[in-house]
Design a protein around this ligand. Structure first.
Ligand code: ZN
Length: 154
């Protein structure tokens, strides 16, 4: 049984359950199947005998595949984030301006309609007054007509 050297950037030699350890002589990272725990094996790099460590059951295994770290928060990415936020903020402000303009247009439209309604309503009041006058005159004419009829000799 021989350990596999862990090649830089190549994880294909490592399988699930493998024991990962470093050679105490040359420091080379190696992986060996779990059955090799506690055995003396020759180092894949320097050839010296290495005792394969027995994994501690209480210690969770280290993940075999490194989780890629997010890019460092350097000044460039911060500037990019700020630029994106500025763009979003500018768009939001534009939308707010648009909404305010729409609201003002609606208010103007409402005021205009209110003027028309008031003008129409005063015209209707005038017509109603004229009609009342006509109705009064008609009533008086009817009374006169009835009197004229009753006075008419049968
Ligand atoms: Zn070695």
């Amino acid at each position: 049984m021989k350990p596999n050297p862990i090649l830089n950037g190549d994880q294909t030699e490592i399988r699930e359950g493998d024991i990962l350890f470093d050679c105490p002589h040359c420091g080379k990272n190696m992986a060996i199947e779990a059955a090799g725990a506690g055995l003396m094996v020759p180092c894949a790099a320097c050839g010296k005998d290495v005792e394969v460590p027995i994994p501690d059951a209480d210690t969770p295994e280290e993940p075999l595949v490194a989780v890629p770290r997010p890019p460092l928060d350097n000044g460039e990415s911060s500037a990019e984030t700020i630029r994106q936020l500025d763009t979003a903020l500018a768009m939001a402000n534009e939308q707010i301006d648009q909404l305010i303009a729409e609201k003002e247009a609606l208010q103007e439209r409402r005021a205009f309609l209110e003027q028309i309604r008031m003008a129409t309503s005063s015209r209707f009041e005038q017509i109603a007054m004229e009609l009342a006058t006509v109705q009064d005159a008609l009533d008086r004419a009817l009374v006169l007509l009835a009197e004229a009829r009753s006075e008419k000799p049968v």
